[in-house]
Design a protein around this ligand. Structure first.
Ligand code: MG
Ligand code: MG
Length: 252
């Protein structure tokens, strides 16, 4: 599948999908507290997306059973919402949401602290967010994907963290996952060149320990191999002549 460049009117639609996606994350953020289950969070996200006239992109995608992926502590991504997973004080929780509205998807993820978390956990969350912003600052016409990946990898590794390799960012549009892959690692000056109208999810997944991962027996949840924490931060971004536009950003 080729890279699909979006026209300005398509970017406007994607901004609407992105706004719903970002707001659904805020709904989750405001509900996160010790004692809530990840299934309850998922239900709130689901209801909010429907209320906006959109549909959850993830529900049924490849058979995924939730409207959001909710991953706790050493779970990196693709955690299945569950009544049995109750958030505890000190946990970190990754909420990854997609919404499709008038044919276009938004995709965004953030890592939230549950109550008070360790300094180590807070630093991992902050550095992962910084990785995203260092990467997106290079998401400019004429640059290459390797510039983004290199910036993310360098910042994460300068803190002794590991960058997940197997799972990467991606194009977003009428499909949740489009070309190109957007790795969170790479070599500056290499890779696909960036053109106006490209819409990509930039989504660093950063492990406190090594980059190694393991897949869980539930067929979805991806964890750190060493059992240490992982953080995730994602926005859908449009490449324009005026610089990157964060389509899913509705504030922190
Ligand atoms: Mg996502
Ligand atoms: Mg994504």
């Amino acid at each position: 599948m080729p890279i699909i460049l979006k026209k300005p009117e398509q970017l406007l639609l994607m901004k609407e999908a992105g706004k719903i996606t970002g707001e659904a994350l805020l709904v989750a953020r405001d509900a996160i507290r010790p004692g809530i289950s990840t299934k309850e969070l998922d239900s709130l996200i689901h209801a909010y997306i429907l209320k906006c006239g959109a549909k959850p992109s993830f529900l049924g995608y490849g058979g995924f059973p939730g409207s959001a992926c909710i991953s706790v502590n050493d779970q990196i991504i693709h955690g299945i919402p569950s009544h049995r997973v109750i958030l505890q004080e000190g946990d970190i929780v990754k909420v990854d949401v997609g919404a499709i509205y008038r044919g276009y998807h938004g995709d965004s993820a953030k890592t939230f602290a549950v109550g008070r978390v360790s300094e180590e956990a807070q630093r991992l969350i902050s550095v992962t967010r910084e990785c995203f912003y260092l990467g997106v600052d290079l998401a400019r016409v004429g640059n290459r994907l390797g510039d983004i990946g290199h910036a993310i990898q360098s910042h994460a590794e300068s803190h002794g963290y590991g960058v997940v390799r197997k799972y990467v960012g991606h194009g977003v549009g009428t499909h949740l996952h489009e070309e190109p892959d957007v790795p969170n690692y790479g070599t500056a000056g290499r890779g696909c060149r960036l053109y106006p109208g490209m819409t990509i999810a930039i989504e660093p997944m950063v492990n406190a320990g090594t980059a190694e991962i393991k897949e869980s027996s539930d067929g979805w949840t991806v964890r750190t191999a060493d059992g240490r924490l992982s953080a995730h931060y994602e926005h859908t971004v449009a490449i324009t002549e005026d610089g990157p536009i964060l389509l899913t950003d509705v504030g922190e």
